[in-house]
Design a protein around this ligand. Structure first.
Ligand code: BTX
Length: 319
């Protein structure tokens, strides 16, 4: 309910707040306050009441809550709806199914995916209560070729949100991954629905490993926020979602209005692919090359072992 959202806001803004004060400020009865607090507790918030001091939010739940998402939608200049699912096959599938019935830009978030997927139908490990899995639907009216540029803007939004919310130092591995210290913490995938080469909808799926989980650790190449965050620092998923959604709004607007060159330097400073010998796999061939630069169109300039400079637009890179 709306009251739950208001109470959550109050709990977040004060160290301690009494039931009476919340009731007065929101002009409702103490019983309604008490009911909403119980509702938030069932959503996973650990709310403690201390005699003479009042209520306070003890620790953050290990997952985001529907109430927090509603607060986000209400404050959003872009998104009209955020759908919350405990579990689903893939948020990409959910998001695509709503393209007709749901107007505008929206988000589908799940706490578990049973068939999470990466690019080229590779699996994306999406265990329960360990990560965040979301799909963002946007509807720009632009040529499909702009998708490369979209990925560059989104990678910056994601990497910056991770750093701001968790105090980590993440880097972008072109084209679609976010790394912390040489391990993948997050990946995204951009799919489009288009007509005559014009985009009808972008469905961008983002997966982020938050808590340690064997399914993810077993990959050997992956990490999670819990393993990388300063141990004194708390993982606040509501705060992360807020920062991520805000960054997506900002960078999506910039994507629509600005060329890649306006973020090129920022993007380069976060990139982890430069000046290393990497294995690059394009559709038909694999080769070893050193990445020299990224041009104003978002193409990588690489130097292969034969001494030839190539422009790479779509490929997989192994560090
Ligand atoms: P990708 O194809 O670049 O990465 C997939 C590869 O990454 C896998 O082949 C595997 O080696 C490795 N991998 C699998 N799971 C994980 C994980 N949890 N953490 C780190 N590495 C992993 C990247 O694809 C794009 C992933 C997008 C996932 C989101 S989640 C929400 C949305 N719904 C959905 O089904 N997919 C997207």
């Amino acid at each position: 309910s709306n009251l739950k959202q208001e109470i959550l806001k109050l709990l977040k803004s004060d160290r301690f707040i009494s039931g009476q004060e919340m009731a007065d400020r929101l002009k409702v009865s103490r019983t309604s306050v008490w009911k909403s607090i119980n509702g938030l507790k069932t959503e996973g918030y650990s709310i403690e009441s201390v005699t003479k001091k009042g209520y306070h939010l003890k620790e953050h739940p290990r997952y985001i809550s529907p109430t927090a998402l509603k607060v986000l939608v209400e404050g959003s200049s872009l998104f009209t709806r955020m759908e919350y699912l405990e579990t689903t096959e893939s948020t990409q599938i959910e998001a695509m199914q709503k393209l007709e019935s749901q107007e505008g830009a929206y988000v589908v978030v799940a706490l578990e995916q049973t068939k999470g997927r990466g690019r080229f139908s590779r699996p994306w490990a999406s265990p329960k209560n360990s990560g965040l899995y979301l799909s963002i639907v946007l509807r720009p009216n632009i040529p499909i070729t702009e998708i490369i540029r979209f990925n560059l803007f989104i990678s910056l939004a994601l990497s910056e949100a991770l750093d701001a919310a968790f105090g980590v130092e993440s880097g972008i591995k072109w084209p679609n991954d976010i790394y912390i210290k040489n391990k993948k913490v997050s990946g995204f995938l951009t799919e489009v629905v288009s007509e005559s080469n014009v985009i009808n909808a972008i469905i961008c799926g983002i997966g982020i490993n938050i808590y340690k989980n064997e399914d993810v650790t077993a990959l050997g190449t992956a990490t999670d926020i819990e393993s990388e965050i300063d141990p004194d620092r708390e993982i606040d998923l509501d705060d992360f979602m807020k920062k991520l959604i805000h960054n997506i709004e900002v960078y999506y607007d910039r994507f629509i209005n600005e060329p890649f060159s306006s973020i090129r330097e920022e993007w380069k400073s976060r990139s982890i692919v430069f000046n290393k010998k990497l294995k690059i796999t394009e559709t038909n061939e694999s080769y070893v090359a050193k990445v020299l630069d990224i041009d104003s169109d978002g193409f990588l300039e690489v130097l292969d072992e034969a001494g030839e400079i190539r422009r790479v637009v779509s490929a997989d890179i192994e560090l």
